[in-house]
Design a protein around this ligand. Structure first.
Ligand SMILES: Cc1cc2nc3c(=O)[nH]c(=O)nc-3n(C[C@H](O)[C@H](O)[C@H](O)COP(=O)(O)OP(=O)(O)OC[C@H]3O[C@@H](n4cnc5c(N)ncnc54)[C@H](O)[C@@H]3O)c2cc1C
Length: 302
């Protein structure tokens, strides 16, 4: 990548050149990114984003990579992650403030400890707060956007923009954040609740997840969004693809919307399973399955 030495001289955070993205995705798949950066703080982030913008260097933002398929060819440009820098979490009565790098699991556990309800059904959803907001992560009837009060993002000019839910759209696995906005932090107002009720909600979510998901294998969770009136996994099962293998990738026998890496799967193994499932479901049900996972580094549009 051109200008990398100049960039190295102006930033304070960690920068790793030609970093294998397989190290940063739950799939354990992904070739080298030109530079993988964890900014030190907001000012550092601002410097990096402005530099990328002025020099027309593509910049991609990731959390913990639990919803990502990255190409074996890797990523031309910068990959920025909140890493260890954006980790502040604070409660004040029912108010919760968290930075984007805090793991969702920690937020959920800390809320439950304080008898605060609203997020407990998200127990077990992997990933960071930043990723959860972009994906509008949800499970067992709850969504991360439900109790949201505000979100701060940084744009490519290095400016902080504050949103309230009024300025944002959220729906099933969708948010209106732009791919050029790095999520910095968010505020929520949760609800005080009886500890037994919170525990019941949490246990229900935990049990459902353990029963239905192949949690021992590398995956990125559900590959496709559920189309109207159907579960994507049901449709993939009905067209007979459960257990189908391409290379070292497999459509889970436990949950057909989870595609797993049995160890050495490449991004094209997963991608070929995606094409196959889309094609067969279209043929038999005339339904276009839409991806839930996010793809980075691929030339073709899926
Ligand atoms: C076993 C398993 C079970 C799962 N179960 C569920 C479930 O029940 N419900 C559910 O909703 N999801 C589920 N997922 C998917 C995934 O955990 C969520 O989508 C999660 O919220 C992604 O968080 P992340 O930090 O890993 O984001 P990543 O995968 O790193 O990124 C996801 C998206 O967010 C963007 N992004 C991440 N951080 C930032 C940031 N700071 N600023 C700007 N953009 C950012 C990325 O560009 C990308 O578009 C599951 C995944 C696995 C592996």
């Amino acid at each position: 990548m051109k200008n990398i030495d100049k960039l190295k001289s102006i930033i304070r955070g960690k920068i790793k050149e030609n970093e294998m993205m397989a190290k940063h995705t739950y799939y354990g798949i992904g070739g080298p990114a030109d530079a993988y950066i964890t900014p030190q703080d907001r000012n550092d982030l601002s410097t990096i984003l402005q530099y990328a913008n002025k020099n027309s260097i593509p910049a991609y933002f990731i959390g913990s990579g639990s919803n990502l398929l990255v190409s074996d060819e890797g990523i031309n440009g910068l990959v920025l992650s909140p890493g260890k820098s954006f980790k502040h979490l604070e409660f004040n009565d029912c108010n919760l403030f968290a930075e984007s790098g805090v793991m969702l699991g920690r937020i959920v556990r800390e809320s439950i400890k304080r008898n605060l309800s609203g997020l407990e059904s998200l127990i077990g959803v992997p990933g960071t707060l930043g990723g959860a907001l972009v994906m509008n992560a949800g499970a067992f009837g709850g969504e991360i956007s439900n109790y949201l009060q505000s979100v701060d993002v940084m744009n490519m000019r290095g400016e902080i923009v504050s949103y309230t839910p009024k300025n944002l759209d959220f729906s099933y696995r969708f948010s209106s954040f732009k791919t050029t906005e790095f999520i910095i932090s968010a505020n929520f107002i949760l609800k005080e609740e009886d500890a037994n009720i919170i525990k019941k909600n949490k246990d229900h979510a935990n049990k459902g997840r353990k029963m239905n998901q192949p949690l021992k294998f590398r995956s990125a969770g559900s590959v496709f969004k559920n189309p109207k009136n159907f579960a994507a996994g049901y449709l993939i099962d009905k067209v007979g693809l459960k257990g189908t293998k391409i290379g070292d990738a497999e459509i889970s026998t436990q949950h057909a919307n989870f595609f797993i890496n049995n160890g050495k799967a490449s991004s094209s193994d997963i991608l070929n399973l995606i094409y196959l499932a889309k094609e067969r479901v279209k043929q038999e049900f005339n339904i276009n399955l839409e991806l839930e996972i996010k793809l980075i580094g691929f030339k073709e549009k899926i």
